[in-house]
Design a protein around this ligand. Structure first.
Ligand code: SAM
Length: 288
């Protein structure tokens, strides 16, 4: 098997296949030999696991996953990579490549058809231009998966894994924490990639929750409120929620009072529980 972490092997593949990295598709390929085995380990791939990979590139992580997992399904948007993957993954009979956009493909169907009777995990070195949309898409689709183990830019990792209510937290932090328990696994330096990006990265693991951490009367309303709060985080909850949800100020004041908070409260430092209490109060006042 070719050593896909060896820069000279990667250069040889580039020249033989006439392949040029696409910046627009976030193509920074891993060439640090320690990273992919560690990612495969962290995601828990074993002989009873099916793994979905997003963006195999030249297949460096795919190969590590294929060595450990029962089956790997890799979704790659760039069709120029298909002949390269045919070559680099030729020895594995448990890998299937699907040429598609991960945001458009029916992942539920793939899991049903490809991974019957297996635990399922997602493991990927994500294209950075769509990190949050991919993570949110995977979480919101409520797929029957155990965890997402993904490489993201270090700054994104800090935001995604921040405690809800902390300064680093944003709307995406609340959403991630609602669906999963997110933790940083390890850092990866920029020099581990070809071409090297400008910033370092981190691998994070999102263990999917079996139950949401709070009880919501209306999930959609909760996330609309959270978006409104973080869109104008320096404003009072009354102002940001009234503007972001197009609700009269009096309605929001009434909800804030029902939730037991002060009129001038700011919600960006609220815990998940406090956000849920406020969203449920807005529901009570607007929907009943
Ligand atoms: N896994 C490889 C590695 O670690 O070396 C490549 C990772 S590279 C950061 C991201 C990969 O995602 C690229 O192969 C890129 O073509 C692919 N990609 C970009 N956008 C995609 C999309 N919307 N759906 C599926 N794959 C995508």
């Amino acid at each position: 098997m070719q050593n896909l972490s060896d820069a000279s092997v990667v250069k040889d593949l580039l020249s033989r296949h006439g392949f040029k990295f696409s910046k627009a598709l976030g193509q920074n390929f891993l060439i640090n030999p320690t990273v992919c085995p560690r990612m495969a380990e962290v995601c828990g791939a074993d002989e009873s696991t099916g793994v979905i990979e997003v963006g195999p590139g030249f297949g460096v992580l795919t190969a590590e996953l294929a060595k450990k997992a029962k089956k790997v399904v890799s979704i790659e948007l760039d069709e120029r990579l298909l002949p390269v993957l045919d070559e680099t993954l030729a020895e594995f009979d448990n890998v299937k490549i699907i040429n598609a956009d991960v945001l458009k493909v029916d992942l539920k169907k793939i899991i049903e058809e490809e991974f019957a009777g297996m635990k399922v995990a997602v493991c990927a070195n994500l294209p950075y231009y769509i990190t949050s949309p991919v993570i949110m898409h995977l979480l919101e689709s409520r797929l029957p998966i155990e965890n997402l183990t993904v490489m993201v830019q270090k700054e994104a990792a800090q935001r995604l894994c921040a405690p809800v209510g902390s300064r680093e937290a944003g709307a995406v932090t609340v959403a991630v924490d609602y669906y999963s328990d997110a933790k940083k696994a390890f850092d990866v330096s920029a020099g581990s990639f070809m071409p090297a990006p400008k910033v370092d990265s981190s691998v994070i693991k999102l263990d999917i929750r079996k139950q949401p951490p709070v009880e919501l009367k209306d999930e959609k309303l909760f996330f609309r409120m959270v978006k409104a709060v973080f869109a104008q985080r320096r404003k009072t909850a009354a102002n940001s929620i009234s503007a972001g949800m197009s609700l009269p100020k009096e309605t929001v004041y009434a909800a804030i009072a029902q939730a037991g908070y002060a009129e001038t409260v700011r919600a960006e430092s609220f815990t998940m529980e406090e956000l849920a209490v406020l969203a449920n109060a807005i529901y009570n006042i607007t929907k009943q």
